[in-house]
Design a protein around this ligand. Sequence first.
Ligand code: SF4
Length: 245
Amino acid sequence: MPRINNLYNPASDKPFKLSRSKIDMFLDCPRCFYMDRRLGISRPSGPAFTLNVAVDALLKKEFDVYRANGTKHPLMETYGLDAVPVAHELLDQWRHNFTGVQCLHKKINMLVYGAIDDLWKNSAGEYIVVDYKATSKEGEVELTDAKWHNSYRRQMEVYQWLLRQNGLKVSNTGYFFYVNGKKDRAGFNGVLEFDAKLIPYTGSDSWVEQTIFNIYDCLNLSDLPESNLECEFCQYRAKAQAVEK
Ligand code: SF4
């Protein structure tokens, strides 16, 4: 049975909740987005990334110590960063997956939201969006042209846009705090060691608002939008249907 979600109902006067990840789904394929948000037919989901969630939770605790003291994390010192982890009365809410940073777009009655990992502030008074990432790969981690890295970039830009809608002065430069699990140790012994790296990303949120309007238009279509011709799942579905017929 497909999962039934909070669907978009054109006749409803309740705000429609649109998460950061669903914005990305729309950009990936309007057809899949429409099926998910309008018709309640979701893509099959895999198991949760529980190890990444654990790393995120521990990093939040780690940075909260420096936030409470108003001092830099050692990696920020290493990179000579002009910033400290900053406190904000709404930070807990902004970090929570089900609330996140929110913006009610009144014109189209959409509540756009996304949960940030961390918030820093520089000496110019600009807030800095920080996202924690965990992986395990040979060599250095870096942002590449890989599809999911473009998704990371958009993720950062949506968070920047949301915080700006909440009245914050936000730097165009955010940081990925990337940790890389080391596989070259003698054994596990209950310990997984990580190298940590700060990757700056300077982006632009100029695309976000128009995309939200495009999403609104998509949700109000009476027919399915076109599918993404490059999508391997749809190609698989088409081939499978052809042989089934
Ligand atoms: S192309 Fe097909 S399977 Fe792929 S995302 Fe779109 S609707 Fe879904």
